[in-house]
Design a protein around this ligand. Structure first.
Ligand SMILES: Cc1ncc(COP(=O)(O)O)c(C=O)c1O
Length: 446
């Protein structure tokens, strides 16, 4: 039996939430009205001690679980030494150590030079600055459904939902949109053989991209194409192998840089250190954040020295870039990834998660409603079919919350995403799946 139903909040929490509602900006979407007090491993606790199984990880940030002891210790130690060793003042040890830790896990040996920032948005914008400057070209092609952040440049490249840019325009110019190869939708629309759908969808998307280069932004004006290898905010959709290979080829043929945004898919989330490794495709620029420091604000770019060194000193950076405490936490994360064999757990728990979700299809009531179960490692999405009632994903999310499980929806389609900690145990995964199954049944019957 799953966790008992719980009332959303009790008095103390309700008063604090009301205060927050009064004094914090409305522009932030909140999945709950709960007030969090602490977190440990896969669990979050409210100010009143109610416990929630966290399958959201701060949207793929606390990959090693909340307050991993080694990460906490490394940050505490660094706080005692120096917190703000500002990057323009010289080098600092944690930053250099982090580079040392990351060099061997880069998806390609050519990615040998780094720049640090604070957020994913900042890193993705700076990837465009790097690409524009290095190629002396202006335009950038983004994927339909992409999410690269909310600051001006990043928002201009975000195409997952109109809410992110509605009313904020005009946006940064020079951004062109090409279809992301979304096999599930392609197959529903075109029909045909399921086995070849992924390849056909990839070919279709490449044809559209070629058309874009002929009709709207010529290669001679196009600096870069930016893609999330597993579309995150757009629905947890892995790009087909064939698409990524053809994309690399097309970039090479046209002197266009390929920017791989692994802000959400990086640091073990998909079963390899970076998702792009699974494709064997070389990024020109890799964008990283989130899991890099398990909750400390840190993001970065990795690219070829030859590209990075074209930049004039002072043209990049930021006051807090590569903060010493965040980098020390990042170093500890890299150690934990290795010492605790995190990727092995991702493989085992990822298989358990997929099998658990697939088992929902054995119910004759649920089977027609479950459209697609997809993803890599512990970055898994479940999209309901168009036959499912409208608003089902939000109802399932709420029913999970009532039972003590936190999950997130994603995209403009009826999709739920699973982002449990990479350290999640077998028992915790079992519990999460049990609650999820109950929640889906409740939402369908309602
Ligand atoms: C793929 C991707 N890129 C960029 C971002 C933006 O990161 P941030 O919210 O830290 O600015 C996100 C955030 O979810 C993301 O998933």
């Amino acid at each position: 039996m799953a966790a008992p139903m719980r009332s959303a909040v009790t008095k103390v929490g309700a008063e604090m939430a009301a205060f927050g509602k009064q004094h914090l900006g409305r522009g932030i979407a909140r999945a709950t009205e709960l007030v969090w007090d602490n977190g440990k491993g896969s669990w979050l606790y409210t100010v009143e001690g109610q416990k929630y199984l966290d399958f959201t990880c701060g949207i793929g940030v606390t990959n090693l679980g909340h307050c991993h002891p080694k990460v906490v210790k490394a940050a505490q130690r660094q706080c005692d030494r120096i917190i703000h060793a500002q990057i323009n003042a010289g080098y600092q040890k944690p930053q250099l150590e982090l580079v040392q830790k990351l060099l061997p896990v880069m998806p390609h040996e050519s990615l040998d030079t780094f720049l640090w920032f604070n957020s994913g948005s900042e890193a993705s914008e700076n990837a465009v600055k790097l690409a524009r400057h290095a190629t002396k070209k202006q335009n950038v092609i983004v994927m339909q459904g992409a999410f690269h952040g909310r600051t001006f440049g990043a928002m201009s490249m975000t195409r997952s939902k109109t809410i992110y840019s509605a009313g904020f325009g005009p946006l940064m110019s020079g951004v062109y949109v090409t279809p992301f190869p979304y096999t599930y939708h392609y197959l529903r629309e075109t029909g045909g053989d399921k086995a070849t759908a992924e390849d056909r969808c990839a070919d279709h998307a490449i044809r559209e991209l070629k058309l874009l280069l002929k009709q709207q932004t010529p290669a001679s004006d196009t600096a870069a194409i930016i893609i999330e290898p597993v579309l995150g905010e757009g629905g947890y959709v892995p790009a087909p192998q064939r698409y990524m290979e053809q994309l690399r080829k097309l970039c090479d043929e046209n002197n266009i840089l390929l920017i791989i945004d692994e802000v959400q898919s990086g640091f073990g989330r998909t079963g390899t250190y970076f998702a792009i490794e699974q494709y064997g495709v070389r990024p020109d620029i890799l964008v990283m954040a989130k899991g890099i420091a398990n909750g400390f604000p840190l993001s970065g770019l990795a690219s070829r020295k030859e590209l990075m060194d074209k930049q004039a000193p002072g043209s990049m950076g930021g006051t807090y870039s590569g903060n010493a405490v965040a980098c020390a936490a990042g170093v500890a994360c890299a150690d934990v990834m290795h010492e605790e064999k995190i990727l092995e757990n991702v493989a085992a728990r990822g298989a358990q998660l997929r099998a658990g979700l697939e088992s929902l299809r054995t119910s004759p009531t649920l089977a027609p409603l479950i459209g697609d179960i997809r993803g890599r490692g512990l970055m898994v999405g479940l999209e309901f079919s168009p036959e499912a009632p409208a608003g089902i994903s939000a109802r399932v999310q709420k029913a999970c919350l009532d039972r003590g499980l936190l999950v997130l929806t994603t995209s403009v389609f009826e999709t739920l995403r699973f982002i449990p900690p990479l350290t999640v145990s077998k028992e915790e995964m079992e519990k999460g799946l049990e609650i999820f199954g109950e929640a889906v049944r409740e939402a369908v019957e309602a």
